[in-house]
Ligand binder design. Structure first.
Ligand code: CO
Length: 423
């Protein structure tokens, strides 16, 4: 289908006019044209006339120059030179379920640790029979596993608690990525060290200058946590914890300690800064929710959205988006075009893995009238993604964390999208 940018659309319209005048126009409902007449197909293009760059022009491949707009972005008040620095995954420009390694959002608290893997160690101490220190080479001698998981920052959508603020799903929902991790089950090294009676919690510590530390229940550690050294088949990127990160499936991203250097085994949580003053949810009545680890089921329409408007006009239209749950798989996603009056099931496509991102599509014939688009995820436990008002009724408006409320995009008759809320 052509017409995805102004230039091509103009060309197509010009051709259509000519073709119809000649009485030869056969145009499908989707906007595709009958062959013949379009210079993009009838004329030799520059790239058809010359030998292109050779096989080794880019030893580490990069995307087409026409895709250079697909990039991580930050917002002005969370700039890279601040302690709250974060940049966001361009989810409005991606498809499928796997996030490319170079586009995974970044959040680190003292910059990216620049680690020489030959000098990196993982220490296991505390309530163990044998305190141990592993090199990276040691870790790679345990049996490996490959698993696909989403990682979502607890603060994803946090800036939207009080109302619509950021005009684009990259910023409202882009603190998420979904990757295939290669690594070893954490239980392997814990068993090697030997857990002592009374062991109930772990403290995971990073080697970055922030010494990021989080307490993790032993039950979770032995269930599905991993020590990962590869993402999507290659070594972790430095900003994702190279050479070793903890994977805590379905739980908030801050617990997935990057640049992992030490695991202490204990009998109770440590109450570190990152689980008391931060990553604790302030409720409306002044009390707090602590140790809110699991990420609830959530979804968002990524296209159309404010950064990805409808540019082709009325007719066949594809809505797409992502859904995920920290408690299992996504059983269903519903989509509404009218702000929640009528819901219809979307079509899930792609593998459905536990605690992984899912991709949905909804194809329909747009009549060109304004719409209020929403998606609603239902996970394998039966949990239904709530409205933002329902969340606020329980948690007030002071929390910056765990906002999994239903997102609304208002689409105008020109296909432009805006972040709004229905009240
Ligand atoms: Co939490």
């Amino acid at each position: 289908m052509s017409g995805s940018d102004g230039k091509t659309g103009a060309t197509r319209r010009g051709f259509l006019k000519g073709a119809l005048a000649a009485g030869a126009g056969a145009v499908s409902a989707g906007g595709a044209e009958a062959a013949g007449g379009d210079p993009a197909i009838t004329e030799l293009q520059p790239w058809m006339r010359e030998f292109g760059p050779g096989v080794d022009a880019s030893p580490y491949g990069v995307p087409s120059e026409h895709e250079s707009h697909v990039r991580r972005r930050y917002v002005e008040w969370l700039r890279p030179d601040t302690i709250s620095a974060v940049n966001f995954t361009p989810i409005h420009q991606l498809d499928g379920i796997i996030t490319p390694n170079g586009l995974c959002f970044e959040r680190h608290h003292s910059g990216v640790a620049q680690i020489d893997p030959a000098r990196h160690r993982l220490m296991i101490n505390g309530l163990v029979e044998r305190p141990l220190v592993f090199t990276m080479e040691d870790l790679k001698r345990f049996p490996r596993e490959n698993r696909i998981y989403f990682l979502e920052c607890a603060a994803n959508s946090g800036m939207e608690w009080r109302g619509p603020q950021l005009n684009g799903c990259q910023f409202t929902h882009g603190m998420i990525h979904n990757l295939m991790y290669t690594g070893i089950p954490l239980s392997h090294v814990l068993n090697e060290a030997g857990l002592k009676p009374g062991a109930k919690w772990l403290l995971a510590e990073g080697a970055d200058a922030a010494a990021m530390t989080r307490s993790i229940p032993l039950e979770k550690a032995l269930d599905d946590c991993m020590l990962a050294f590869a993402m999507n088949g290659e070594a972790l990127r430095p900003e994702q914890g190279y050479p070793l990160r903890l994977v805590v499936p379905g739980w908030e991203g801050n617990m997935w300690i990057k640049w992992l250097r030490r695991i202490e085994v204990g009998d109770r949580p440590w109450h570190q800064r990152e689980e008391t003053s931060k990553y604790t949810d302030l409720l409306g009545d002044g009390r707090t929710r602590r140790f809110t680890f699991e990420m609830d089921a959530k979804s968002v329409i990524t296209s159309p959205s404010p950064q990805a408007p409808i540019t082709h006009g009325p007719g066949p239209t594809v809505i797409t988006g992502i859904a995920w749950s920290g408690r299992g798989t996504i059983a269903r996603v519903d989509v509404t075009l009218d702000g929640g009056i009528n819901w219809q099931p979307a079509r899930l496509s792609g593998p459905s893995f536990d605690k992984s991102m899912h991709r949905f599509y909804f194809e329909f014939d747009w009549d060109g009238r304004p719409m209020l688009l929403q998606s609603r995820a239902i996970d394998s436990t039966g949990y239904v993604q709530p409205t933002k008002d329902a969340l606020r009724a329980v948690r007030g408006v002071s929390s910056g964390y765990h906002n999994n409320g239903i997102q609304t995009w208002a689409i105008d008759s020109d296909g432009r999208a805006e972040n709004v809320e229905i009240t």
